[in-house]
Design a protein around this ligand. Structure first.
Ligand code: PLP
Length: 407
């Protein structure tokens, strides 16, 4: 990394957040180790009002699913879960060790997306930068916080459009506007399904500015083995890497997202969050998912998804009115063009066709995909999630039917 680096956390984060004294509870002083009578938090000592008692611990393959104690507030710090997440993303090639103090855990990555804006952006004054086409929540969270959004598109122009970030253009923009505090980069991108080239990200990170680069790796486990750059938070003072259990781990329902960050940034995020943001049920299930047995399940499901993704690419390509796949093949979805005529006759990507296919698939065939034709560089595109073998078979069959019925 460069010697002269202007990033200064105290000067970059909002002064009220830097000065914030986090909420403390009695259990920060006296741990809940089972030996104390707990009369500090106005809980109900008689237990949860559940007619079916799910709140008992379960043994499973040597791991314990800890569901007891639902009448108690959850652990605000989640050190056990954080350590498992560090072990998961510790890279063999990295000198520095990821530690629980490098982590924020929250209610999906959506909480981290919002928390970072609240941490760094003064409402009505500061800005974030996004690279469209990209995940819509960055802009929604900015708008909720009255924070302006500046855009530097992915490289979407021309036949050889890479759908990758353009570091020189981003640098130009952040260099010219000190009110830009955060740059959100999605890798693999949504809706592009494309892993950002690490060399481009490096070029962006080696640029000296007083702001933070946020790398959203929600889909990283579909991109291949050990592709996460989470360990880079030890190399760059202004990098945050977000991940989630909602995708490869198949646990969107528990709402568990996390962000790796240099410890100073992680501390601010942890100071600003609500103390009990992660429920006991969520953390118990998350711990199972990232323990040895859970990881084995995730990996086997991922193999199945990757093989269906390959099948979908092959089979969709044979359909005359399906065009190019845009972006990449690094996530659990494909971004694919619908054409106004057969490709052999020069059919072109077409939003009208994509909308008809989208609504016919849903209304007549019971299959819901995502219309993305209005996103920058995505004319005529649908984003299709890779499902099970059976779902893929059904999708391919119904898509052919829709094309037969669509003029
Ligand atoms: C790129 C990206 N980031 C984050 C999320 C949200 O993840 P979570 O469920 O953890 O809030 C999504 C969900 O679709 C996503 O596509």
């Amino acid at each position: 990394m460069m010697g002269e680096f202007v990033f200064n956390l105290e000067a970059c984060a909002r002064p009220n957040i830097v000065a914030l004294q986090p909420y403390r509870c009695a259990r920060d002083d006296y741990k809940d180790d089972g030996s104390n009578t707990l009369l500090d938090a106005n809980e109900n000592s008689y237990g949860p009002s559940l007619s079916t008692d799910i709140s008992v611990d379960h043994e499973n393959n040597g791991d314990t699913l800890r569901l007891a104690g639902l009448n108690r507030y959850p652990d605000p710090h989640q050190i056990e879960l954080k350590q498992l997440l560090c072990d998961l993303r510790q890279s063999a090639g990295s000198q520095a060790t990821l530690k629980p103090e490098n982590l924020f855990v929250g209610v999906g990555s959506d909480e981290a997306i919002d928390g970072l804006i609240r941490c760094f952006c003064i409402p009505g004054v500061d800005k974030i930068l996004v690279c469209p086409p990209t995940y819509g929540m960055y802009t929604v969270a900015a708008q909720v916080n009255d924070v302006e959004v500046v855009k530097v598109p992915l490289e979407v122009e021309g036949e050889s459009a890479s759908f990758d970030i353009q570091p020189a253009k981003i640098q130009q923009m952040i260099g010219g506007d000190p009110r830009i505090k955060l740059v959100y980069v999605c890798s693999p991108g949504n809706p592009t399904g494309k892993l950002v080239d690490p060399a481009r990200l490096k070029a962006l990170l080696e640029y000296s500015w007083n702001g933070v680069v946020i790398l959203d790796e929600a889909y990283i486990d579909f991109a291949g083995h050990d592709k996460s750059l989470a360990h880079w938070v030890n190399d760059y003072p202004n990098l945050v890497v977000m991940q989630t259990l909602s995708k490869a781990f198949g646990m969107a329902g528990i709402r568990l997202g996390f962000a790796f960050a240099p410890s100073g940034i992680a501390r601010l995020l942890n100071n600003l969050k609500a103390p009990y943001n992660v429920s006991s049920l969520t953390s118990a299930l998350a711990i199972q998912a990232v323990s040895k047995a859970g990881l084995a399940v995730m990996r086997s499901h991922r193999e199945l998804i990757v093989s269906q993704r390959e099948r979908l690419v092959q089979e969709l390509s044979k359909i005359p009115r399906v065009g190019r796949f845009l972006g990449g093949y690094d996530a659990n979805f494909l971004l694919v063009e619908m054409l106004d005529g057969p490709k052999s006759l020069g059919g072109q990507p077409d939003n009208r066709t994509a909308k008809v296919v989208y609504s016919q698939l849903a209304e007549a065939k019971g299959i819901v995909v995502r219309y993305r034709g209005n996103e920058l560089g995505c004319t005529g595109c649908l984003r299709i999630t890779v499902g099970t073998e059976h779902e893929t078979t059904k999708l391919l069959q119904k898509l052919e039917e829709v094309f037969q019925e669509t003029p």
